[in-house]
Write a protein that binds this ligand. Structure first.
Ligand SMILES: [Zn+2]
Length: 257
C-alpha cells in the first residue's frame, strides 16, 4: 500500500506542495514529511519508520517533529548520515544502504543519485516512491552544487529498466506511464546537453553566453537556476572530454578546434 499526502511548502516546486507517502501494511514507513498536516497527524496514520528520498528542506522539514511525536525509527542513508542529521535536525536511529530494506515494511531502497547525491527511491512491489527523479509534468532541477547530470541519467536508465507500474514522485501527480515519462525526461536532458555543447562549439565561453545560445526562451526569474543547470552540464561534458571547463570559461578541447 502506498498512500499520498500533498503537503503545502514554500519552495517553488511543481504544484506548490511536496508529496509525503506512507508505505507498507503491518509496519509503516513515512517518506518525505515536508511539514506537519492534520492528515499526517491523524492517529490512524501512525507510522513505525521515517525516511526521506533526499535531504533537501522541502523533503525533511517535519522529520524531527514526527520523530519526536511518535516512536518512529528515523532512518538515513548510511553514506550520508551526517548530511541527514544537519538537514533534518535529528540524528538517525538506523542506517539503510541501497539494496537493503527498511525493517519489516517490505520496502526496499534503490540508490537514485542525480538531483542530489543522497537521493534514493523506496520500492514496494511494482511501485516506487521516487522523490525528485521524474515528474508527471515538467522537468526535475539538476544543477550545481548538488546536481550531477551523469549520475542522474544513469539513475533514469536504472529506473526504466525496473519497469515499474506506477511511480510516486515528490511533487505533482502519480506517474501511471513510467516508461514514457522516464524516456521523455531522459531525452529532454540529453537535448539540453547537446545545446550546451553546441553553444561552446560555436564560441560561447561564459555561463551567461552559453545560456543565451542554449536556451531558446527568455528565462527571467529562472535564469539563476538555469545557470546552475548549465554548470552541471559543463561539469559532465568536461569529465567526458567534450569541453574544457575551468569553472569560469568553457572551450572546445584543443584537438577539436
Ligand atoms: Zn523536492
Amino acid at each position: 500500500m502506498i498512500a499520498r499526502y500533498a503537503v503545502p511548502v514554500e519552495a517553488p516546486v511543481p504544484g506548490g506542495a511536496t508529496n509525503a507517502y506512507v508505505l507498507g501494511d503491518d509496519e509503516r514507513l513515512l517518506v518525505d514529511p515536508a511539514a506537519r498536516t492534520p492528515d499526517l497527524d491523524d492517529p490512524a496514520n501512525e507510522v513505525d519508520h521515517v525516511a526521506v528520498t533526499h535531504t533537501h528542506p522541502d523533503h525533511v522539514d517535519a522529520v524531527a517533529d514526527y520523530a519526536a511525536e511518535s516512536d518512529a525509527t528515523v532512518w538515513a542513508h548510511a553514506t550520508f548520515a551526517e548530511r541527514f542529521a544537519d538537514a533534518a535536525g535529528v540524528e538517525p536511529d538506523r542506517l539503510f544502504r541501497p539494496g537493503g530494506t527498511i525493517a519489516d515494511t517490505g520496502v526496499s531502497v534503490m540508490a537514485m543519485p542525480g538531483h542530489a547525491p543522497d537521493h534514493v527511491a523506496f520500492v514496494a512491489d511494482d511501485e516506487a516512491v521516487t522523490g525528485d527523479l521524474v515528474f508527471a509534468a515538467g522537468s526535475v532541477f539538476v544543477g550545481t552544487p548538488d546536481g550531477d547530470v551523469r549520475t542522474y541519467l544513469a539513475s533514469l536508465r536504472r529506473l526504466l529498466a525496473r519497469d515499474f507500474d506506477t511511480l510516486y514522485p515528490g511533487h505533482g501527480d502519480s506517474i501511471e506511464n513510467p516508461d514514457e515519462r522516464i524516456r521523455e525526461t531522459y531525452f529532454h536532458r540529453r537535448d539540453r546537453e547537446r545545446r550546451v555543447r553546441a553553444a561552446v562549439e560555436s564560441g560561447a565561453e561564459t555561463v551567461d553566453e552559453i545560456l543565451d545560445v542554449a536556451y531558446e526562451k527568455a528565462l527571467g526569474d529562472a535564469r539563476s537556476l538555469a545557470t546552475k543547470v548549465v554548470r552541471a552540464h559543463l561539469q559532465k561534458l568536461a569529465l567526458e572530454g567534450h569541453v574544457e571547463w575551468d569553472g569560469e570559461r568553457a572551450r572546445s578541447p584543443a584537438d577539436q578546434q
